[in-house]
Design a protein around this ligand. Structure first.
Ligand SMILES: Nc1ncnc2c1ncn2[C@@H]1O[C@H](COP(=O)(O)OP(=O)(O)OP(=O)(O)O)[C@@H](O)[C@H]1O
Ligand SMILES: [Mg+2]
Length: 472
């Protein structure tokens, strides 16, 4: 009928269900490395309120397995079944590490062909429910089916971790992506699996460092890898006296869910001889080592999702390796950061990029100066720069501004402010010289020249770069 809109008509539809075998096979490759895949399961444990997560790698030829066991809330039968649905549905709270309903399935199948999940919900009852997602079963049936695993088919290493606690065990079997199957019983295959434990521990110690250090309220976490406690790796070495925390910034960013805030904290790490000892310097280098660990550390709900690199704001450079900048956002800004299923790739929102470019220039310049001075030590010995007090991560309680804010010029977010305050060559610029002369003249006129001398002496200790740039 003329004038009647298409939408007003009743639509004819056909349901097109994805072909299970092909879909599941292609979802194995959404970009997980083994440590990232394990971290995705630890996310789930954190969301379930776990205080301990034990990761174990066990070599037994083709029967080798990897197990991630937590003491969290566990799941009832319906939730367990739902947990193995691609695109599983539940409510998320504001700081939830989960988002898409994919992680458990896609992270697990990125490494293995069979994932078995056992869960115990109540301490009063010993009841443990077990389900399995088996790629060979799905390949054979081409149906979205999971297996109900009877008590007789549950090996002790699957259910033992749940003997005295509620919680969830995820067991990866048939590790086709990890083991070298040309000789699955060989020493090479064994070494290859067990070597991965160190890489997993290092990665978990980095991405969950705030949780491990007890800095996330209500989420104190311990992680064990093959029985060894994982140490938190703090990218900013905030325990080191000579680390400099530059002024923090809150940058408003627009996203689908409205406006959100990204909290920015730049740090310049001490140069080698100002670390408390050589071991601390080596450890500060990080899993990717000094050069590649410089740059942006992006935290989503306190969990690190990018660890270094400058997101194309500048290039990685030996001279700026001491510069590391924390960016914190909460999941309401996910869309602005382009968070994807593996939560591994982020893009910087344009408005954030514009605002932090001058902050990055400033921290890079100060890091460069520190690096250069370390090279000329012996001839020019500078004191270390100290923040005096360590900054508290934003999540760990009331925000405290580091005292470096008083030491360094308030770094407005405009490049001009930064440029005029710190001159990169180490020689005072005309503006810097004029500033020094004006301050000295004002001190003399006020009869406070001696006070100025004491202030300058103090500045040389607390911010030698600034004193030097002003010609003092
Ligand atoms: N260790 C666990 N303890 C309790 N519940 C769990 C655990 N692991 C998974 N679940 C349940 O299974 C669901 C699916 O997990 P999955 O990782 O696939 O998705 P998600 O965490 O909701 O989102 P994302 O894809 O962002 O990780 C979770 O939402 C949760 O309800
Ligand atoms: Mg998840």
């Amino acid at each position: 009928m003329a004038g009647r809109s298409v939408t007003a008509r009743r639509r004819r539809v056909e349901e097109v269900v994805p072909a299970a075998a092909r879909t599941i096979a292609s979802l194995r490759d959404v970009g997980y490395e083994l440590p990232q895949a394990v971290a995705d399961l630890v996310d789930n444990s954190v969301s379930a309120g776990a205080s301990t997560v034990a990761v174990d790698l066990h070599f037994d030829g083709t029967d080798s397995w990897i197990r991630i066991a937590d003491d969290g809330r566990g799941m009832d039968t319906a939730t367990l079944t739902e947990s193995l649905r691609y695109g599983s549905v539940r409510d998320y709270d504001g700081n939830d590490l989960g988002k898409f309903g994919f992680g458990l399935k896609s992270a697990s199948t990125s490494q293995c062909r069979r994932v078995v999940v056992a869960s115990r919900r109540a301490l009063e009852r010993a009841r443990v429910e077990v389900r399995a997602l088996d790629l060979d079963h799905i390949k054979k049936t081409n149906r979205w089916e999971i297996l109900v695993v009877d008590p007789a088919d549950r090996p002790p290493h699957l259910v033992d971790p749940l003997r005295d606690t509620t919680g969830t065990v995820v067991l990866w079997e048939d590790l086709d992506r990890i083991l070298d199957y040309k000789d699955p019983w060989g020493g090479w295959a064994k070494r290859r699996l067990l070597d991965r434990a160190a890489a997993i521990a290092e990665h978990l110690g980095m991405v969950f460092h705030r949780f491990l250090a007890g800095k996330v309220r209500g989420h104190k976490l311990q992680i064990l890898v093959n029985g060894d406690v994982v140490d938190a790796w703090d990218p900013f070495c905030t325990e080191e006296q000579a680390t400099t925390a530059l002024p923090e910034h809150d940058v408003p960013v627009a996203s689908e869910a409205g406006m959100g805030i990204v909290h920015v904290t730049p740090y310049v790490l001490p140069e080698r001889s100002d670390f408390s000892d050589n071991a601390a310097w080596q450890r500060a280098s990080g899993p990717l080592k000094w050069n590649r660990q410089q740059g942006l550390y992006i935290y989503r709900a306190n969990r690190l999702i990018q660890w270094g690199g400058w997101s194309r704001i500048r290039t990685v450079d030996e001279h700026t390796k001491l510069a590391r900048v924390a960016l914190d956002f909460s999941p309401d800004l996910d869309a602005a950061f382009g968070i994807n299923i593996s939560k591994a790739i982020v893009k910087l929102p344009t408005d954030l990029r514009d605002e932090i470019e001058p902050v990055v220039s400033q921290v890079a310049r100060i890091a460069q100066q520190r690096y250069r001075k370390s090279g000329s030590k012996g001839s020019v010995r500078t004191g270390s720069i100290s923040t005096g007090s360590r900054p508290t991560p934003p999540s760990a309680g009331p925000r405290s501004r580091p005292s470096a804010e008083a030491t360094y010029p308030a770094a407005g977010l405009r490049p001009t402010t930064v440029e005029t305050n710190v001159h990169s060559s180490g020689t005072p610029s005309p503006v810097e010289q004029a500033a020094r002369q004006a301050i000295e003249a004002a001190a003399r006129a006020a009869g406070e020249h001696e006070a100025l001398e004491r202030i300058v002496a103090s500045l040389r200790r607390t911010a030698p770069e600034v004193a030097r740039d002003l010609g003092w």
